[in-house]
Design a protein around this ligand. Structure first.
Ligand SMILES: Cc1cc2nc3c(=O)[nH]c(=O)nc-3n(C[C@H](O)[C@H](O)[C@H](O)COP(=O)(O)O)c2cc1C
Length: 219
């Protein structure tokens, strides 16, 4: 059986590009892997990780277990639960919109709390070489030579953690210009935006099918 860990962080449930592309990817993996594929979901918009859990868990890590406060015990238990979810997965799908030129506070809080678990601290090998997908959606355009090149402070940070710290076998599926449809000043970019979105779904389909090969090679 294959287990997919699916995380969403778009604050939209309707019209979310990251959720839609992640759905295409997830469905392609299930189609390739078979119906007994299990999906563990964490939706950070519907069910955010409490913002104070990270600091509490971080201090719990420096406190002997039998001296922890009830709050520290609860925060450490939540960190363990997040780590169990990710650690048990064969494939990771992480949806991450660009918000205010960075990641959402929900997503940052999830990472920070997870990293308090020793299995995900720097240098840990828990998920090393597992296939993972980062599904990014950005309202604007950030390509080389555009006025806002270098303003996307989400993708680089996510790559550092997922690829360099955790050692995942990471593919990034990026869709830009998602605001073109609803922003009059971006009207001339709509054809380009539609083409990019179609391309992202196609890449998601192809990548989903190729996961089977990666999992067979890893077995
Ligand atoms: C609160 C908020 C902040 C945003 N900030 C940015 C931003 O800094 N840069 C950008 O290109 N798009 C920004 N956007 C647009 C989103 O990146 C875009 O709508 C993206 O498609 C959201 O992902 P989703 O479609 O999965 O919901 C922002 C959207 C919201 C709601």
């Amino acid at each position: 059986m294959t287990t997919i860990f699916r995380l969403d962080s778009s604050i939209r449930t309707e019209g979310s590009v990251s959720r839609a592309v992640a759905d295409t990817l997830e469905n392609a993996i299930i189609e390739a892997e078979g119906n007994d594929t299990r999906v563990t979901r964490r939706d950070l918009a519907a069910d955010p990780v409490p913002t104070d859990a990270w600091a509490t868990a971080a201090f719990a890590g420096h406190t002997p277990e039998d001296e922890r406060t009830p709050e520290q015990q609860a925060a450490a238990a939540l960190a363990t639960q997040l780590a169990d979810e990710v650690g048990a997965a064969d494939v990771l799908i992480i949806g991450a919109p660009l918000y205010n030129f960075g990641v959402s506070q929900h997503l940052k809080t999830w990472f920070d709390l997870l990293i308090t678990d020793p299995r995900f601290a720097g240098g840990a090998q828990t998920v090393k070489d597992k296939p993972a997908f980062l599904v990014i959606a950005r309202g604007g355009g950030y390509g080389e030579g555009t006025p806002r090149a270098g303003w996307d402070h989400a993708t680089g940070w996510l790559r550092r953690i997922l690829e360099d710290v955790w050692g995942l076998d990471l593919d990034v599926i990026e869709t830009e210009l998602t605001l073109a449809e609803v922003t009059p000043q971006m009207a001339e970019l709509r054809d380009l935006a539609r083409a990019q979105l179609a391309e992202s779904h196609e890449v998601a389909r192809t990548s989903g099918r190729s996961v089977t090969l990666k999992l067979r090679n890893a077995a």
